[in-house]
Design a protein around this ligand. Structure first.
Ligand SMILES: O=c1ccn([C@@H]2O[C@H](COP(=O)(O)OP(=O)(O)O[C@H]3O[C@H](CO)[C@@H](O)[C@H](O)[C@H]3O)[C@@H](O)[C@H]2O)c(=O)[nH]1
Ligand SMILES: [Mn+2]
Length: 736
């Protein structure tokens, strides 16, 4: 009998230029070994300890660099065939998809933004009776509830509009924005439909924003929906019952269809119970409540987790994700499909390129080893894997299984609400495996990465899918301080993974591939890189003041490995930046932000972790603000860095910048006093390093001394950093 192989639902291809890349890695590693050898064989008597310190820094840089290369070894790119999916599975055979959106602070995550995200997700090109959207509101804000209620009404117009005109993106705000930049004739066809829907949107927006400003919902609206009564017994954000409301449901006879008579996706508002005596475990806790609540209401086999600031930019993403899960050959191994986190609120690359490199290079690299990381949002999960099921090789599931027995009759809806509330209560998780072996894992500030890792350790694979049209777009922090704070949170979380029972380096062997172990370690060790970075930015510059060389002379053969590594790394970073569509300026900015994160965020992360070991610190999850003040945005547009407040982060950065400036002036003076020519030959790399640090810190000198706008560094930071840098130089000159 002739067996024809079924056509695959997705295709994988390898990255270009991988042979050159491998050659580069090997040759660079040889050069790094030479550097180590040089350090060990040339220890000078006048700077023994400084020298050994440099050796340690270079040793650690080298090992750390190697971890990073694992993520560049074998890039994989995926392509899906949604047409084959539709041919093979008719609507009735597609699985239910539950979408979780998390929000936590309406002051910095405006309800309008949240409902735009929700609306964009409700409008997926997917059978609506199989879609359910859940909003978790950790602020239990009545305004957010009111906004969602408004959105549920607006959806009745918006979803048919999207369907009729094939609207992309399906977030109303983002869509209306794209119209501004496009040729109006292009939309002539639906111009007459556009005006009324835009008006509906603007009216809704006004009502919600008025309520936000007022801090209260108009009493007329309040009296119209029973859901509001749940706030009657409400005492505070940290102390209240579960608030849960099914706003749209296909079983609801009065309120389930859009204006064209089609069923709408299910829409549910959840504010889990909070009590002061129970830790709520931040976003991980929210997701687990949603996992349980949704299992009662819709129980979709696929779960999409989404941050409230990430709207859907492509209505095809659900079908794309299903091409992986439902692929006959490989689908049964895949636990989650991660899409990139992309942003559309950046007018330029002033704050560097670190995320694009992760999204365009490192995650495809992790995919090459079968395990892109779960990054919290834009990720489709197989529900049972997320809920802790182990992979057993024969997980071929029947996607088609109907869940309708969950809800037989409409008058059950209220009952279902009441039963679901119990699942979102504080005490429900006590003495269960939730947060330990089930659901999102607790106790780690990157709950996403540790959760993805634990799923992979259970034997599952994951996939990274980066389509041409971005699946999701969102908001990234756009002031320096926000970035540094976010990076500190991530670095603390990553080191928590290293120290946890999931540590890829310690316990990953045999469960995940070596490449993936190294890749995870690259992130896990983030915080520790502050030590070599700080050492390199301080010690060689200070030794300039004494004229003591710490690097080989230019004419020495040992100069070659240093030059090779420096030039090679710069070139390879530059190529990566160009590959992700950046410019040379972006590369330079990226280098700066890497340095700033390394010397401040990672330093404070490390201190936090050490304090934690002594039980003195508990780093909370600091939510990133999603709003930006206009004057800050104007400065960003002009590529002017934002400081504006005093913060220990800035004091560290300014001190380092000033220290290097002082050392640089010091050596300049020496050189000008003529005996320099001879000295400069011995000190060439050291002078270059110090000069580089001065050059890259230019925005800090400006912010300290030249700027007058509100984004400059405040005077107390200036005074503190001058005092610190000066005393460091003087003490060094006197004592060492
Ligand atoms: O107690 C909390 C705290 C946060 N959130 C939500 O978590 C999401 C992420 O928070 P955000 O402040 O935007 O953090 P980011 O650093 O931007 O988030 C990245 O990093 C997090 C881990 O640190 C991941 O959870 C996110 O998915 C990922 O986008 C937001 O939707 C928040 O509303 C909650 O629901 N409850
Ligand atoms: Mn975010």
């Amino acid at each position: 009998m002739l067996v024809t192989r079924m056509e695959r639902l997705f295709e994988s291809s390898k990255g270009r230029g991988r042979h050159i890349q491998k050659l580069y890695v090997v040759s660079s590693f040889v050069a790094i070994c030479f550097i180590w050898v040089y350090r060990l064989t040339h220890i000078p008597s006048n700077a023994k300890w400084a020298w050994l310190g440099l050796f340690s820094a270079e040793l650690w840089f080298g090992v750390y660099w190697l971890f990073g290369q694992a993520l560049r070894w074998n890039l994989i790119f995926r392509k899906t065939f949604t047409n084959r999916l539709s041919q093979r599975y008719d609507e009735s055979r597609l699985p239910g998809v539950d979408i979780f959106v998390c929000t936590a602070e309406p002051e910095i995550e405006p309800p309008m933004m949240v409902i735009n995200t929700v609306l964009s997700l409700m409008a997926y090109d997917y059978p609506s009776h199989k879609l359910a959207v859940y909003l978790s509101d950790d602020a239990s804000s009545v305004i957010t509830f009111y906004a969602l209620l408004e959105a549920s009404t607006f959806a009745k117009h918006w979803l048919p509009f999207c369907r009729k005109f094939n609207i992309q993106p399906t977030s109303p705000a983002a869509y209306f924005n794209t119209l501004l930049s496009k040729n109006p004739y292009h939309h002539h066809n639906h111009a007459k439909h556009l005006a009324p829907i835009k008006k509906l949107y603007e009216d809704m927006k006004r009502r919600i924003e008025d309520a936000s400003k007022l801090g209260a919902v108009p009493s007329e609206a309040r009296s119209k929906h029973k859901g509001f009564s749940q706030w009657d017994s409400y005492s505070s954000r940290r102390d209240h019952d579960t608030i849960l409301q099914i706003l749209l449901h296909k079983m609801d006879p009065h309120n389930s269809k859009d204006v064209d008579g089609f069923v709408l996706p299910t829409l549910v508002y959840v504010a889990r119970e909070k009590r002061p005596q129970y830790h709520h475990n931040y976003k991980a806790g929210a997701l687990n409540s949603l996992l349980r609540v949704s299992s009662k209401i819709s129980n979709g086999k696929i779960v999409l987790t989404q941050d409230c600031d990430m709207y859907s930019n492509s209505s095809q993403s659900v079908r794309d994700a299903l091409c992986f899960f439902m692929d006959e050959e490989k689908g049964h191994e895949i636990a989650f499909v991660q899409f990139p986190q992309s942003f559309d609120n950046f007018p330029n690359d002033l704050y560097g390129n670190s995320l694009p490199i992760i999204m365009e290079v490192e995650l495809p690299g992790a995919d090459g080893f079968g395990g892109p990381l779960y990054i919290g949002t834009c990720c489709f999960h197989r529900r049972d894997a997320l809920c802790g099921k182990k992979f057993n090789g024969e997980c071929k599931i029947d996607w088609n299984e109907e869940n309708d027995e969950l809800m037989k009759e409409a008058n059950d809806l209220h009952e279902v609400e009441e039963e679901s509330k119990v699942l979102a209560s504080c005490s429900y998780e006590q003495n269960t495996l939730w947060g330990k072996e089930m659901g999102s894992r607790y106790g780690c500030l990157v709950e996403d990465v540790i959760t993805g890792l634990s799923i992979q350790l259970q034997g599952w694979k994951s996939v990274y899918y980066n389509p041409q049209r971005k699946g999701f777009l969102g908001i990234a922090p756009i002031t320096l301080l926000q970035i540094l704070v976010q990076q500190k949170r991530w670095a603390v979380g990553e080191i928590q993974i290293l120290l946890s029972k999931y540590s890829p380096l310690l316990y990953g062997h045999g469960k995940i591939s070596l490449g993936l172990q190294m890749g995870y370690s690259h992130y896990n060790f983030w915080a520790t890189t502050c030590l070599p970075i700080l050492y390199y930015s301080i010690i060689p510059s200070l030794y300039l003041l004494k004229g003591i060389p710490l690097f080989p002379k230019m004419c020495s053969p040992w100069f070659i490995p240093f030059a090779y590594v420096i030039l090679g790394e710069s070139a390879s970073n530059l190529i990566e930046v160009f590959m992700v569509g950046g410019r040379i300026q972006g590369w330079w900015n990226g280098l700066r932000i890497w340095l700033y994160i390394g010397s401040s965020s990672y330093l404070f992360a490390l201190i936090d972790i050490i304090l934690k070991c002594f039980g003195c610190s508990d780093s909370p999850f600091i939510v990133t603000t999603k709003i930006i003040e206009d004057d800050i945005f104007q400065r960003l547009k002009k590529e002017v860095m934002e400081f504006g407040t005093s913060s220990p982060f800035f004091t560290v950065l300014a001190t380092l910048a000033l220290l290097n400036l002082l050392c640089f002036f010091g050596i300049l003076k020496e050189l000008l006093l003529s005996k320099g020519v001879l000295a400069s030959e011995k000190l060439v790399l050291q002078i270059l390093l110090c000069g580089f640090l001065v050059l890259i810190n230019f925005p800090i000198y400006q912010a300290l001394f030249l700027r007058t706008d509100k984004g400059r560094l405040p005077t107390d930071v200036t005074i503190k950093s001058i005092a610190l840098a000066l005393s460091a130089c003087i003490l060094f000159k006197l004592l060492i």
